[in-house]
Design a binder for this molecule. Structure first.
Ligand code: BGC
Length: 710
C-alpha cells in the first residue's frame, strides 16, 4: 500500500497520547522499567543511544544489542498499535571501522570514496540496531577555533554540497528500505558555524542573502539527495532561535528546499528556548517549537509533558500535531521499520572496510610542504620517529567516535616499522625540555605531532590554535641536528603553523584519520601512495588571522589580504599559511589554458539549460603517477550586490600517469553562475564572468572571461 495511505490509516487509529508519543525521543540512560512502561503505552517514538549530551567526547559503546531488541519487541508486540521505535545514534565518521574526520574526508575531494565510506559505516551501524545516524554535519565553518569545524566539510558551500550528497547517498544507500540502509540527518540547521569568536553555542547572526548563498546550499544538496531527517541548530538568527523559527524550519526548509522528512531537535534544544529567553517555561517552549515545525523532541520531554494541554487550550492545533506525526511515520515506513524492526543479520567484510578506510585516509592527508623533495623517504633511509603521536593509537579515532576501538588502530610507529624495518627507530620521550635528546644516528627525523581528540569536537573550542610550544621546540631541536625534518601533523582542526613551518623540510597533515591512520601515513611517507589531499579549510598563519577564508566579499579598499592584494595586519604577511584547495603531490601537474566552447550566451538560453563547456589540459609533468584535484572558480565581474572574489563551482579529481596529459571538462550553467540577490531571488545577472581553473583557490593561471547577454 502507498505510504501516505498507510500513514492516514495509522493516524486515524491513534489516540492523542499515541500521536504525542511519536514525537518523543528518549535517551537510553532512562531506567529500564520506566522505559518499557512508556513504550508499552505508546509514548516513545524514538530512542537515542546516548546517555549524555556530550556523547562525542565520552566513552560509550553500543554493547547490549539484545537490550535494544527487547525494547523494540516491547514496542512492536507490547504496545497497542505496534509502531516500531526508530533508534538513533551519533555514528559520525565511523562505527567499528573508523574513517577520517569529516573535515579530513572533505579534503580528499573524492565524492565516491566518501560515499563508499558512509555505505560501510551505515552497514556496520545497522547491525548494531541503529536505524538512524545524526550525520552529516553540514555547518559551513570558517573559524578553526570552533571545535566543531572538524565535524564539517569545511569552509566552502560547493564542496560542502558535494560532500553532503555523497554522505547522504552512502548512509541511505540505493534504497532506504534495504536492511543496511539507515536514515541520515543533516545538521545543524542552520548557521551554527557562525558561533561568534568560534565559541560553541554562542551568538550568531547572518544576512538573508548570505544565509542563502553560503549556509543553505549544503542542506539543499542533502535534501536533494533524499536526506530523511534534519536537526535544528542551537543558535539564533536575527534574534530568533532556530528551534522556534517557523520561517527557517518550515518556510525555508520545507518550502524552499523541499524537505519532506522530519525535524529532530538537538539535545534539549526545545527546553533551551528558556535559556534564550524566548520562552518562560517548558510548556511555552513546546508550543513555540511544534508550531515552528520541529517534529521530534530530543530527550527534554517538553512535548510529552505539555502538548496535550496545549492542544486543549487551542495553542497548538491538532492538524499541526498530525503533520509532525505524519513526517515521523513517513520516515519509519520508508525505512521499512514495520517490516524489519530488528537489527538485521548479515556478514560484513571487515577487511574491505579497512581497505576503504586506508584509501580514504591516504587521500585525505595533505602534503603541505616538501622542500627539496624531502619526501618520499627512501626505504633504506634511517628514520627516527619522535613526538607525542608516534606510538599513540586512541587519538587517531578523533572526536565523535563512540564505537571505535583503539586496539584496531595501527600506530604510525607500527606502520613505519612494517615498511622500514629496523631502519626505523622510535623515540618515546618526546618532550622538548633539557632532557630531550634525539639520540640516534639517523638521516631523518619524523616528528609525529598532534593534539588529543578532546581538543576538538563539541564544546571543545580553542582561543589559541597555534602548534603547542613544546612541539615547535622539538622541531627546532631536530633541525639543529642538521638532519632532514618531516612533521606528521595529527591535528583535527587547521592549526597555525607560522612558528613551526621554518623548521620542517616536509609537512604532512594527517588529521585524525581513524583506524588506518598509521598505515596511511606510512603509505605516503614511503611513496607507496602519492598524496592528493587538498585542504577544505584555509590554514591561518596565526590565530589572530582568524576568520580567514578564500571567498571573501569584495571590499572597497584592497583589504582582501587572502590573495595578497592588501595588508590587513602589519605584523604578518598578507596571505594565509595555506590557502583553500591547496595540497602538494610527489609529481607536478601543469594545468593549461582554459578554453570555452563559446564566449557568450543569452540569458534565456542559459535559463533553458544551455551552458558553457570549459576545458583544460592537465599534464603530469613529473615521473610519478598521481591524482590531482582540478578546481574551477568563478568570479562575477559586476553584479547588483557585492559578490565574492571567487567561488568554487566545480572540481574533478583525476588520475594521470607520469608524462601523460588528459583533457578535463566542466559544465557551467545557470546553477554555477547564479546567486541569491537582495530580494532572495536566485538569479543570473548578464555580464562578464572570469573562470579560473587551477590546483588551489589562489590560481591566476588560465583565466578566461565568458559573457551572459540579456
Ligand atoms: C550535538 C548533536 C548530537 C546530539 C546527540 C548534541 O549535543 O549538538 O550534534 O547529534 O548532541 O548526541
Amino acid at each position: 500500500m502507498d505510504i501516505e495511505k498507510r500513514i492516514n490509516n495509522l493516524l486515524s487509529a491513534m489516540t492523542l497520547e499515541e500521536k504525542i508519543g511519536q514525537l518523543n525521543q528518549i535517551s537510553s540512560a532512562k531506567n529500564e522499567e520506566k522505559l518499557k512502561e512508556l513504550i508499552k503505552n505508546g509514548k516513545v517514538g524514538s530512542l537515542i543511544m546516548a546517555n549524555t549530551c556530550f556523547a562525542g567526547s565520552e566513552e560509550g559503546r553500543v554493547e547490549n544489542i539484545e537490550y535494544f531488541k527487547e525494547l523494540q519487541r516491547t514496542a512492536v508486540e507490547g504496545s497497542r498499535l505496534g509502531i516500531p521505535i526508530i533508534f538513533g545514534r551519533d555514528v559520525i565518521h565511523g562505527h567499528h571501522t573508523v574513517y577520517p574526520l569529516p573535515l579530513a574526508m572533505a579534503s580528499s575531494f573524492n565524492d565516491e570514496l566518501v560515499k563508499t565510506a558512509y555505505r560501510d559505516i551505515a552497514s556496520e551501524a545497522a547491525l548494531d540496531h541503529i536505524h538512524w545516524t545524526f550525520t552529516p554535519m553540514l555547518d559551513l565553518s570558517r573559524d578553526p577555533r570552533w571545535g566543531r569545524c572538524v565535524e564539517s566539510p569545511g569552509e566552502d558551500p560547493y564542496l560542502g554540497s558535494r560532500m553532503a550528497a555523497a554522505m547522504v547517498k552512502g548512509i541511505q544507500g540505493d534504497k532506504l528500505s534495504d536492511e543496511s540502509s539507515i536514515a541520515a540527518c543533516a545538521k545543524h540547521f542552520i548557521g551554527y558555524g557562525l558561533s561568534e569568536g568560534g565559541r560553541d553555542y554562542h551568538h550568531t547572526d547572518v544576512s538573508e542573502p548570505s544565509l542563502h548563498n553560503y549556509y543553505l546550499p549544503a542542506f539543499g544538496a542533502a535534501v536533494k539527495a533524499g536526506v530523511q531527517t534534519v536537526m535544528n541548530s542551537f543558535n539564533e538568527i536575527g534574534g530568533q532561535p532556530v528551534a522556534s523559527s517557523r520561517y527557517l524550519l518550515t518556510d525555508v526548509l520545507r518550502g524552499e528546499l523541499g524537505f519532506d522528512g522530519f525535524v529532530i531537535s538537538d539535545w534539549c534544544a526545545i527546553q533551551q528556548l528558556i535559556n534564550h529567553g524566548v520562552a518562560a517555561d517548558d510548556k511555552q517552549a513546546a508550543e513555540l517549537a511544534l508550531n515552528a515545525g520541529l517534529d521530534m523532541d530530543m530527550v527534554d520531554e517538553c512535548y510529552i509533558k505539555h502538548i496535550a494541554d496545549l492542544i486543549k487550550e487551542g495553542r497548538i492545533s491538532e492538524e499541526t500535531l498530525d503533520n509532525a506525526v505524519r513526517n515521523i511515520l513517513r520516515v519509519k515506513l520508508r525505512l521499512g521499520l514495520f517490516e524489519h524492526p530488528f537489527a538485521p543479520k548479515y556478514k560484513i567484510d571487515k577487511k574491505e572496510h579497512s581497505a576503504h578506510a586506508r584509501e580514504l585516509a591516504g587521500e585525505s592527508m595533505v602534503l603541505l610542504k616538501n622542500a627539496n623533495r624531502a619526501l618520499p623517504l627512501k626505504e633504506n633511509e634511517r628514520v627516527a620517529l619522535a613526538g607525542p603521536m608516534a606510538t599513540i593509537k586512541e587519538t587517531h579515532l578523533g572526536t565523535w567516535t563512540l564505537d571505535g576501538d583503539e586496539n584496531d588502530v595501527t600506530s604510525i610507529a607500527e606502520a613505519m616499522k612494517a615498511v622500514g624495518g629496523n631502519r626505523v627507530k622510535c623515540h618515546h620521550a618526546w618532550l622538548a625540555d633539557k632532557q630531550m635528546i634525539l639520540p640516534w644516528d639517523c638521516d631523518t627525523y619524523v616528528l609525529c605531532l598532534g593534539e588529543s581528540r578532546l581538543m576538538s569536537g563539541e564544546n571543545n573550542c580553542l582561543a589559541d590554535i597555534s602548534v603547542p610550544e613544546d612541539q615547535v621546540a622539538l622541531a627546532k631541536r631536530a633541525k639543529r641536528e642538521g638532519k632532514k625534518v618531516v612533521a606528521v601533523m595529527c591535528f583535527a582542526r587547521p592549526v597555525a603553523m607560522q612558528e613551526l613551518e621554518p623548521y620542517c623540510d616536509a609537512i604532512l597533515y594527517a588529521w585524525h584519520s581513524g583506524t588506518e591512520a598509521g598505515n596511511a601515513v606510512a603509505d605516503i611517507l614511503y611513496g607507496r601512495v602519492n598524496p592528493s589531499g587538498k585542504i577544505a579549510m584555509t590554514f591561518p598563519r596565526v590565530t589572530g588571522q582568524v576568520p580567514v577564508y578564500y571567498n571573501y566579499l569584495r571590499a572597497a579598499r584592497p583589504c582582501n589580504e587572502y590573495y595578497g592584494q592588501g595588508r590587513s595586519y602589519r605584523d604578518i604577511p598578507a596571505r594565509p599559511m595555506y590557502p583553500f584547495g591547496y595540497g602538494l603531490s610527489y609529481t607536478d601537474f601543469e594545468i593549461g589554458e582554459v578554453c570555452s566552447d563559446k564566449d557568450t550566451l543569452s540569458l534565456s538560453r542559459l535559463k533553458n539549460g544551455e551552458g558553457f563547456k570549459i576545458s583544460v589540459k592537465v599534464k603530469n609533468a613529473g615521473d610519478t603517477d598521481g591524482k590531482e584535484t582540478v578546481q574551477l572558480y568563478i568570479k562575477d565581474e559586476v553584479s547588483s550586490v557585492v559578490r565574492p572574489l571567487r567561488e568554487l563551482k566545480g572540481y574533478k579529481k583525476i588520475f594521470v600517469k607520469a608524462g601523460e596529459t588528459v583533457n578535463v571538462e566542466f559544465g557551467i550553467g545557470f546553477e554555477e553562475l547564479s546567486f541569491y540577490n537582495a530580494k532572495l531571488e536566485k538569479t543570473v545577472e548578464p555580464g562578464e564572468f572570469t573562470v579560473y581553473v587551477g590546483n588551489d583557490c589562489t590560481t591566476d593561471n588560465a583565466i578566461k572571461t565568458v559573457c551572459i547577454v540579456s
